[in-house]
Write a protein that binds this ligand. Structure first.
Ligand SMILES: [Zn+2]
Length: 425
């Protein structure tokens, strides 16, 4: 199967031709065009008309201006579709400059191995210089510039911590992902708002399982949600986008780390396929008291699933979906399969018919695997023994920044069924 994959590479800009102030002015102009799009939308103007007016008036390269307008319209559309983050606010902070390759910006590979850039900050006004970055980022960029199958895409110029940066997207057009039916190991994934549980099976043998806890995502989302509401109530809209960006960055960052752990863990096994529940709506078997709970759950779920299948595809690992079908309520023992809401009490699963007990999310991951075997018309693994539940926890270091997670491991004891006792690994 062929799949298209995109990555963002980050470089610093070492400007040696043209006035760096031109770039700063372009950021301001880009922000103005973004905010103007939001403002005209609030006035109820037609989107086609907004696009024409704003893009024409902006003192930017034409398709750069168009990209800014579509960014603002994407934000609005996102809001009108699901109201997940609230109405988009006017930007007061630095705003990036989006550009098309070969138009708003260009890159030149030099004989000595360096890469020169040219950015059209304004029509006919350019800044030029050399890219700086890690060898890893340069290798990827050079591959994208020279190899068939790769292409360089849009980029964003921005200012971060007083330095100019260029974020370049590169796309690999033909990553080969193995067919999911040619898999030897099935990794079932159960995503929750505070953890993800994984269970790997080869035919009817459980190879391993783990629960990765990420309690801070839920905590942070609650905190930001409350803060945002309070600020909105007091009309402090200026701070709002900063908090929202901070929250999004934090959640994004944490979910990336979790997804990396999931893919690394899956790579331990022979020819794995990663299987998710296909949750179009919300799970039918969890009580959602409030709309807020639904929101809190839905974001990690879809984002994490996207990150995992994306990262696994880079390593050639396929992913698949199964129908949810009460995976969290059903007893996983093939001779029992008793399904009732009462089987589950938060993180503890206890079958009311046969007495089977387990960590409820690990068990749900096992049920996902069983569903997958069923979908392939293969024998559903009979559960005679399950290993002890191993747990990893993703946390920030107390004093450190967001990108210093600690993964701690421990084994959760005392969750074993009578007669189906766990075997320690
Ligand atoms: Zn049972």
């Amino acid at each position: 199967m062929q799949k298209e994959l995109t990555k963002t590479l980050v470089f610093q800009l070492d400007i040696d031709e043209g006035d760096p102030l031109l770039l700063s002015e372009a950021f301001l102009e880009s922000r103005r065009a973004f905010n103007e799009t939001l403002r005209l939308d609030r006035e109820g103007r037609d989107w086609g008309e907004i696009e024409d007016t704003v893009a024409k008036d902006a003192n930017l390269v034409q398709n750069t201006a168009q990209q800014v307008v579509s960014k603002a319209q994407d934000a609005l559309e996102n809001y009108y579709d699901n109201d997940d983050w609230g109405m988009p606010w006017y930007h007061h902070d630095e705003f990036p400059l989006p550009m098309n390759y070969g138009e708003g910006y260009n890159l030149f590979l030099k004989d000595n191995g360096t890469v020169r850039f040219r950015i059209s900050a304004k029509p006919y006004k350019q800044v030029k210089g050399e890219l700086r970055g890690s060898p890893d980022q340069f290798n990827r960029l050079k591959t994208a510039m020279t190899d068939d199958g790769w292409r360089v895409g849009t980029a964003e110029a921005m200012q971060k911590n007083g330095r100019f940066e260029l974020h370049v997207t590169v796309t690999y057009e033909q990553a080969t992902v193995r067919s999911k039916t040619e898999s030897d190991t099935v990794v079932g994934v159960d995503i929750n708002e505070d953890c993800v549980a994984l269970a790997a099976f080869t035919d009817d043998t459980i190879e391993d399982s783990v629960v990765i806890d990420f309690p801070e995502i839920k905590e942070e989302r609650h905190r930001f949600f409350t803060m945002r509401k309070r600020m909105q109530k007091h009309g402090q809209t200026a701070f709002n986008d900063q908090y929202r960006d901070k929250e999004q960055r934090f959640v994004h960052d944490q979910l990336h780390k979790v997804s990396r752990l999931v893919v690394e863990w899956s790579q331990r096994f022979d020819r794995p396929v990663i299987v998710f529940e296909d949750l179009k709506g919300m799970r039918d078997d969890i009580e959602y008291g409030t709309r807020m709970n639904r929101r809190l759950h839905s974001l990690p779920f879809t984002k994490l699933r996207d990150f995992i299948s994306y990262k696994s595809a880079w390593t050639g690992i396929p992913s698949d979906d199964v129908e949810p079908a009460y995976t969290s309520q059903r007893c996983p023992r093939t001779e029992c399969r008793h399904t009732t809401r009462g089987n589950r009490h938060k993180k503890r699963f206890k079958c009311q018919l046969c007495g089977f007990q387990d960590h409820s999310d690990r068990k749900a991951a096992v049920c996902v695997v069983q569903e997958w075997f069923k979908k392939q018309h293969e024998n559903v693994p009979a559960l005679n023994t399950l290993p002890q539940v191993r747990k990893w926890e993703l946390r920030r270091q107390a004093s450190g920044p967001v990108d210093g997670p600690t993964v701690t491991q421990h084994t959760d004891r005392g969750h074993h069924a009578d007669g189906v006792a766990g075997v320690s690994d």
